[in-house]
Design a protein around this ligand. Structure first.
Ligand SMILES: Cc1cc2nc3c(=O)[nH]c(=O)nc-3n(C[C@H](O)[C@H](O)[C@H](O)COP(=O)(O)OP(=O)(O)OC[C@H]3O[C@@H](n4cnc5c(N)ncnc54)[C@H](O)[C@@H]3O)c2cc1C
Length: 393
């Protein structure tokens, strides 16, 4: 027997779960397919922090608030940052952003990925019009035409739908099944992620120092610790990963110029090879890509999940009020709108990585000159600040 849905969402990561919830709230009957365990791992309120955290922009907070998800987060574990300080290894230029300059309470929030995901999944579970298919995955896309979409799951279940959203991450199987090409490349860098305790308080400030080998970010957690994302060239990253804790803490302290004093202790270290990708098309008949399935950016600006939440927001605004979610004109409009924004973001972050990674004398003089100008000019600083935290009203 074939089950019919208005929308099928492949992938219950942060973006897929958010899309399923948002479209279900519009009244669509949604199928959510996920090969991994779907119920966000329950964890005690006093458990140690998850190493995977995200800087969530004010715009994304609004999207999650609108879905009732932001207020359902354990706020004692949400770390707001009020300032952002950026500087470079070679040069004397500093840029400091303060939320007061924008008349806002904060520039963003640092939240554990698992907290966002679990809260989204709990909200999805409460939606009677979301049906879960897990652990499961699409095996065959039998038909993807302008008339119909039919697919078979690994479990043997057959589904039909008006629209399939591929939210299954960077290595999206939906993208492959739909025959959508992507292009991209490696940054030849690895991001090392860890939580650490510093001698001095983080002062609710996000610190980012650009080293020639890549950017190092210190993100303030609600428990007073800092989460670091150190993106560096592969060879250096391997050396850093092999160091014992004391040597690694000393290396991180040097790299951040001891702005937060000594690094007193560190937990487990995780590593992620860094790459970028983009797709020429996001829509192929009735298959539409969103989130990391459609775009992949460098984590230096903390925008991947934020871009994905914006995908969901724009899509919901375009098709949420329709009888049938497959409206070719509206979906093309979505594709155009979101593709241009993410292409700009992808190239901007790749350009920043090059600009800040260059040791070339002329480039570094230009970079310092630009940073001095931005710091001295409130208008350009405000513009850059808005761009940095995306769509802040
Ligand atoms: C070091 C680092 C730091 C980052 N920091 C930030 C930050 O501060 N702010 C920010 O906004 N972003 C940040 N990002 C990016 C962010 O983590 C990603 O952009 C975001 O998690 C993408 O979410 P997604 O739901 O699109 O994809 P994913 O999180 O990859 O979820 C995909 C889902 O699809 C499922 N799936 C896989 N295969 C299939 C299949 N065949 N069928 C169905 N489902 C499938 C997976 O199990 C998973 O549940 C960072 C990334 C890195 C690496």
């Amino acid at each position: 027997m074939t089950e019919r849905f208005d929308v099928i969402v492949a992938g219950a990561g942060m973006v897929g779960a958010c899309a399923a919830l948002s479209l279900a709230r519009c009244g669509f009957r949604v199928a959510l397919i996920e090969p991994g365990p779907i119920h966000g791992e329950p964890y005690p309120a006093d458990s140690s922090y998850d190493l995977r955290v995200s800087a969530i922009s004010p715009a994304s907070q609004q999207i999650l608030s609108h879905l009732g998800v932001w207020s359902a987060l354990d706020q004692s574990r949400v770390g707001h940052y009020h300032q952002m300080v950026i500087w470079h290894e070679n040069g004397d230029a500093n840029i400091a952003f303060d939320c007061v300059e924008l008349g806002k309470d904060s520039l963003g929030a640092i939240v554990e990925n698992r907290q966002i995901l679990q809260t989204l999944l709990v909200a999805c579970e409460k939606q009677a019009n979301i049906e879960w298919f897990t652990p499961d995955a699409i095996e065959i896309l039998q038909e993807n035409s302008d008339r119909n979409l039919r697919l078979s799951l690994k479990s043997g279940v057959d589904l039909e739908s008006e629209l399939l959203l591929g939210a299954d991450g960077r290595n999206s199987n939906t993208r492959t099944l739909a025959g959508i090409d992507r292009w991209g490349g490696s940054y030849d860098q690895i991001a090392i992620v860890a939580s650490l305790v510093t001698e001095l308080p983080h002062r609710h400030t996000a610190w980012q120092r650009f080293l020639s080998s890549g950017p190092l970010a210190f993100l303030p957690l609600a428990n007073g610790e800092s989460s670091i994302v150190w993106s560096c060239d592969t060879e250096l990253a391997q050396q850093l990963l092999e160091m014992d804790d004391d040597s690694f803490c000393a290396a991180v302290g040097d790299a951040i110029e001891h702005r937060l004093g000594a690094i007193k202790s560190i937990g487990e270290r995780l590593s992620f090879p860094l790459s970028w990708h983009a797709c020429q098309r996001w829509l192929e008949n009735r298959v539409l890509l969103i989130g990391d399935a459609a775009h992949g950016v460098h984590p230096l600006a903390g925008q991947g999940a934020n871009l994905g939440f914006s995908d969901v927001d724009v899509l919901t605004k375009l098709i949420g009020a329709l009888e049938n979610p497959w409206d070719h004109r509206k979906l093309r409009q979505f594709e155009r709108q979101r593709k241009s924004e993410t292409v700009i973001a992808t190239h901007l972050f790749t350009g920043l990585k090059w600009l800040y990674g260059s040791d070339n004398f002329i480039v570094s003089r230009l970079r310092d000159f630009g940073m001095h100008r931005v710091q001295a000019n409130p208008w350009s600083k405000r513009l850059l600040m808005k761009q940095a935290i995306r769509n802040m009203a």
